[in-house]
Design a protein. Structure first.
Length: 208
């Protein structure tokens, strides 16, 4: 079994320990006990190691989105949070730590309901989630997280493709995401879940 690096608070050192058993099921209560140096996500009770440090293009896109969201949302009731930021997604109103089995760290999330924000992150579905694809996380974000966000009733989900310089937008309707609407080039994206949020796609993918 692989080992993960753990920080020992008592003696200010690092050591290698066995990672959580991939065949076991865990809850948010377990997640809170972990002190791994590597970032992990918990999806339907299973542990997923997040991708290594993102590539420069990923980081440039992330900074561009952060700037756009700051400008567009600073006078609204909505708040944007970049990773690392824990989003707990309860199922069937099971909100206790030992009942929650999904904790994710989207690249960005936008929350318009202050009651969902607490000292540990977000409890409940954000209004908007943005995931920027990296080579190591494509399958997880496109398939697994798509299903998780849909079931949790995240109103809008953006998948950003750095290589293709496109954004696929999914909007929730009657409990299901509609077919993807693709944005690229000089397109302007108007969010349906976050009032007043518009994005010129070229601003996200600009090289400088």
């Amino acid at each position: 079994m692989n080992k993960l690096t753990v920080y020992n608070v008592d003696d200010n050192s690092f050591s290698k320990v066995e990672e959580p058993d991939p065949s076991a099921n865990y809850t948010y209560a377990d997640y809170l006990k972990w002190k791994f140096e590597e970032q992990l996500e918990l999806i339907r009770g299973k542990v997923f190691r997040m991708s290594p440090a993102p590539a420069p293009d990923h980081q440039k896109i992330s900074l561009a989105i952060a700037g756009i969201f700051y400008r567009k949302l600073r006078k609204s009731n909505c708040q944007a949070f970049p990773a690392p930021f824990d989003v707990r997604l309860p199922v069937k109103n099971r909100k206790k730590d030992d009942e929650i089995t999904t904790v994710v760290q989207p690249d960005f999330c936008v929350i318009c309901d202050d009651s969902k924000i607490d000292s540990r992150g977000c409890l409940g579905p954000p209004d908007l989630i943005v995931e920027i694809l990296s080579p190591g996380n494509s399958a997880k974000d496109v398939k697994l997280k798509f299903d998780v966000y849909e079931k949790a009733a995240v109103k809008e989900y953006w998948i950003v493709y750095p290589v293709e310089e496109t954004i696929a937008v999914f909007v929730l309707g009657k409990g299901k995401y509609n077919g993807a609407t693709l944005y690229a080039g000089k397109d302007t994206l108007h969010s349906q879940a976050v009032p007043g949020l518009t994005v010129n796609v070229k601003e996200i993918f600009r090289k400088k």
